[in-house]
Ligand binder design. Structure first.
Ligand code: PLP
Length: 395
């Protein structure tokens, strides 16, 4: 059995996305900037894809800019808003401690350029409130950037309330919605969102393609200079096959949003209930305001990395949510932000489901994971100390 439960890292392309990509590679080879008919055919497909993405977000097509993915969209939105603010002497930015690194590292760079960044504390359930945002806004605040839903622990922020606070204070509001688009109903106008980042490969589209929504009236600055593509805001010949494929994947996701969310959240809740029987564990993130596919736990007395290797041997593809891939031994900044101590944060496991996962797969994981956890605990000196009372249990 091979179970893919790492859909927050990336998803398998859907058949419709794959078919759209292949036919665009075959038939839409023209350059959308060319004036001849082959180019104009490509241009039409480009604008059709833009209209599709716009209708899924509730905005106008001209408010959508295609990018190379979520990271580029985050970089462009944040750097642009910061530089627009600086022109008016406003150099204060509000964000949170548990953003994706595409946001946090962009903010770090801006700090070096003289901006001041306030990172809001995240509550232990993984939530940030509109009240916290309201209290942090200053006369010199030029941007609020807060993620729609967290990629590690799955908590979903009160985006409409935060949007209302920002709109009232006349501060631009950007949200990294990479984990939310295609999974949760989004209406950028009703939610008072000024800028929003999305990425194709998180909703069964291709990798290396994304988009940035920018409300009309908000000035957008280039990250990449060159030709006049994307109304002069993002140079480079458009990745048309990926754009068409992403739009098809997004339309498919939005057409089946409620049905998929109901199915996936039922699997999620079954898995959460099954794993909660493991002693000395804790669910990360909010139990209610949660992405349909996210299951995130900390297990005391084990290392997340060893758990992943053993689960992989049993055919379960999961993630620890910790920074092991970067070669550092530091635990995940997200788990630290919600107050998990280092020892506990090291024993994390994230399983992220999608609508093609099955109840049989979930039941297999509910059978196998507790066995692997207790096997690892049996070899763990930390667990022995906990059991003999040399150390105190935290969970
Ligand atoms: C995946 C992800 C990104 C990065 O998107 P890419 O398209 O891979 O660059 C940014 N933010 C969040 C929350 C993500 O989950």
């Amino acid at each position: 059995m091979q179970i893919y439960a790492d859909n927050a890292a990336t998803t398998k392309m859907s058949k419709i996305a794959l078919d759209t990509m292949v036919s665009a590679l075959n038939d839409l080879y023209g350059n959308p900037s060319s004036l001849h008919s082959v180019g104009q055919q490509a241009k039409e497909a480009l604008e059709e894809a833009r209209a599709t993405v716009a209708s899924c977000l509730g905005c106008e097509p001209r408010e959508i800019y295609f990018t190379s993915g979520g990271s580029e969209a985050d970089n462009q939105a944040i750097r642009s808003a910061a530089h627009q603010g600086a022109k008016k002497g406003k150099k204060h930015i509000i964000s949170t401690a548990f953003e994706h690194h595409a946001v946090l590292h962009t903010l770090k760079r801006l700090e070096k350029e003289g901006f001041e960044v306030t990172l809001l504390d995240v509550h232990e359930n993984g939530m940030v409130s509109a009240q916290q945002v309201k209290e942090a806004i200053r006369p010199d605040t030029c941007l609020v950037t807060i993620m729609y839903a967290n990629n590690e622990i799955g908590s979903v922020m009160p985006i409409a309330e935060i949007g209302a606070v920002c709109r009232e204070a006349k501060v631009p509001f950007h949200t990294d919605a990479v984990q939310a688009v295609g999974h949760l109903a989004i209406d950028v106008k009703a939610q008072n969102i000024d800028m929003l980042s999305l990425s194709g490969h998180k909703f069964h589209g291709p990798k290396g393609i994304g988009a940035l929504y920018v409300r009309r009236g908000i000035l957008l600055e280039n990250l990449i200079d060159g030709g006049a593509q994307e109304r002069g805001k993002r140079a480079g010949t458009e990745n048309l096959p990926a754009i068409c494929s992403m739009a098809a994947a997004l339309k498919d996701a939005c057409d089946h949003l409620e049905e998929n969310a109901a199915k996936v959240s039922a699997l999620r809740d079954r898995l959460i209930a099954g794993l909660s029987t493991i002693p000395h564990c804790a669910l990360n993130g909010d139990p209610v305001h949660r992405l349909p596919g996210n299951v995130s736990f900390c297990f005391e007395g084990i290392e997340g990395e060893s758990l992943l290797l053993l689960l992989d041997a049993k055919g379960i593809c999961a993630s620890s949510g910790s920074a092991c891939t970067s070669g550092s031994l530091d635990p995940s900044h997200v788990l630290l932000a919600i107050g998990r101590v280092h020892d506990v944060a090291h024993g994390s496991l994230r399983l992220s489901l999608c609508e093609t996962n099955t109840r049989e797969e979930v039941d297999y994981m509910i059978r196998e994971i507790p066995q692997v956890v207790s096997y690892l605990r049996g070899m763990s000196p930390v667990w022995r100390d906990l059991q003999t009372g040399k150390r105190q249990y935290i969970l």
